[in-house]
Design a protein around this ligand. Structure first.
Ligand code: FES
Length: 116
């Protein structure tokens, strides 16, 4: 069975292959959401984007869904929506990761710069 390590919480748990990453976090009292998303998230329906995590190896997870691509596609393969992700192998997860790319690297902004 795969091992999921939550880096910030220093916790490793064994999960069944195919387990939903959001559910694994919630079952282990891992805080996925920053305030106010704690109160106002979509409860795993892939609509809010607040369950965003960073993983060390995206190959240990299910392929990205359409929603993953829409919400996080521009950030790179290691950023995932926990609610859209099944665990297939050992993986380390960082919850509430900082946005390394920033809004200036978003494709929309790139197009704006090219057009200017
Ligand atoms: S909980 Fe809203 S997108 Fe995952």
């Amino acid at each position: 069975m795969p091992l999921v390590t939550f880096v910030k919480q220093d916790l490793t748990v064994e999960v069944p292959r195919g387990a939903n990453l959001r559910q694994v976090a919630l079952d282990n009292n891992i805080d996925l959401y920053a305030f106010p998303a704690k109160l106002m998230n979509c409860r795993g329906r892939g609509m809010c984007g607040t369950c965003r995590v960073k993983v060390d190896d995206h190959r240990a997870l299910s392929p990205r869904t359409f929603v993953d691509e829409q919400k996080l596609g521009w950030e790179g393969k290691d950023y995932r929506l926990a609610c859209q992700t099944q665990v297939l192998g050992d993986v380390a997860v960082v919850t509430n990761p900082r946005k390394i790319a920033g809004w200036m690297n978003h494709p929309t902004y790139e197009r704006m710069k090219e057009g200017a």
